[in-house]
Design a protein around this ligand. Sequence first.
Ligand code: SF4
Length: 500
Amino acid sequence: MCGVVGVHAPGQEAGAIAALGLFALQHRGQESAGVAVAHGDGVLVYKDLGLIAQVLDERRIGPLHGESAIAHCRYSTTGSTLWENSQPTFRIGPRRTVAVGHNGNLVNTRELLEGLPGGRSRLVGTTDTEVLTALLAQEPGEDLVDALLHLLPRVRGAYSLVLLDEKRVIGVRDPHGFRPLVLGRLPLEPVIAASGGSDPAGTARLPWAAGEEPPAMGGGWVLASESAALDILGAEVVRDVEPGEIVVLGEPGGPRSIRFAEGREHLCVFELIYFARPDTYLLGRNLYEVRRRMGEALAREAPADADMVMPVPDTGAPAAAGYAEASGIPYREGMVKNRYAGRTFIQPSQAMRQRGVNMKLSPLREEVRGRRLVVVDDSIVRGTTTRQIVSLLRRAGAAEVHVRISAPPIYHPCFYGIDTAVETELIAARMSVEEIRAFTGADSLAYLSIGGVLSAIDLPRDRFCFACFDGNYPVPVPYDVASHKFVLEEDGVPASGGAR
Ligand code: SF4
């Protein structure tokens, strides 16, 4: 996944504002965090391994002054969890200075690397973003926008990018729009005013499209992976960055839109099912409401004779509420979550995942004892988490456990920015639904159909990527599945081994 934020805020501390927005995106990546700030003559970057609150505290952000900034939190889909692979990536190149925050995953990294003089030896980290950054620093052209227009036609895969040069913030969404990126307007009153900043807030303007009335002046502009990050800043949603579009913030005439490719949207449907926050809006849909309707559809498709509907906290809650409403079975909490343990799915190794689930969930014994439970979750990837949850509830005295999943079975791996596991680790790729039921120890198991997902979203199927469910990859994946994540680590990882 990864979360990205870009801010251009005249007269304000853009680094602090970007870091503040990033806090709303912690769920998108928990391995590292960072911010890059432009101060007119250069770019300063601070990043480290750890959660946003651990990395981006006031002591580190305070000295980073400037009106333009980007911020990033990482969840690895290419390259190990090393300091060198944390973002924003940064390069002072022969032609320009650039910092990059990337959400998504490229599928032709090796091919792109062949176009970099010096190849792998010129890289600091081992990620697709590192290759992109090194190329952008040396691409021909007057400035970073020219470099993007030159490079992007050769880049394949998923990328929602925020980029920074010495003055400007640039947002880019790939022609398929796999990952979200929303543009917002900061409030007129300063979010975090610069101490002694030069320009007053409110100088930005937006000549948005020919013939269109420019929106009123605002206190600056923000790009973010999810609208939830705009809410935390008091910013208003302007619109989604469109697939195949570049948006430039921080130029004298106001924001500029450039189309670099014909866009054909394939937004990751998993963003709606699970990844993005429930208070986020995607394609005009509030995700809590979408997920609640998925639960209603699941109750219609897979009813159960039970005493209580309970979610796997927290992400299963909206669908469980919908299931309870549609079935008439009471909704109760049956487990509590340790909010300070990371999401098990997002941690990078299987051993960590297995330890994580025990750290994370505890049963409410009085609630589940003697009851027939419908347990609603949003996905089964490897099956080990579901098996542990069923076992946990049985040990707490549940009479029956009926597992209901508000998504279809995951048969295929993702190559566009989600570490769903290689195909051999995906339980649905190896087992039938009945075999998965037996593996997890549930009394019954059912998944929501693709039709059920679409009925809840109420938009046409061709606007989404469903590849992990149906195997139809919108962008072909050219090389070996197994080596995908560590494509640039065949000769080893950087010497730090993760230590800074
Ligand atoms: S393959 Fe699945 S997880 Fe990956 S982008 Fe497509 S729908 Fe999303």
